[in-house]
Ligand binder design. Structure first.
Ligand SMILES: [Zn+2]
Length: 84
């Protein structure tokens, strides 16, 4: 699975290739926020149907976050990500 992304002002932005439509890329923006309670939530947006119609955290947002977590493993080791 191909993916490109960057981090700007705490926002992780990237493009994730659609699983169902070859050649289609979705623009994804996600931010991982850590609450005072220690809980970590995921916020953001995506231009795919699942998010634009259902306003649900979609696979693309999760995938971008997963890649971020993998690459920043040392920084966020011990964190748990829960979906808001
Ligand atoms: Zn999406």
């Amino acid at each position: 699975m191909r993916l490109g992304g960057s981090i700007r002002n705490g926002w992780l932005g990237g493009r994730v290739r659609s699983r169902s439509r070859p050649g289609t890329w979705h623009s994804v923006e996600v931010r991982i926020r850590r609450l005072r309670s220690g809980e970590v939530i995921l916020v953001g947006r995506c231009d795919c149907e699942a998010f634009s119609k259902g306003h649900m955290v979609c696979w693309h947002m999760l995938h971008l976050t997963n890649v971020f977590i993998r690459n920043r493993h040392k920084l966020i080791k011990g964190f748990e990500v829960s979906i808001n």
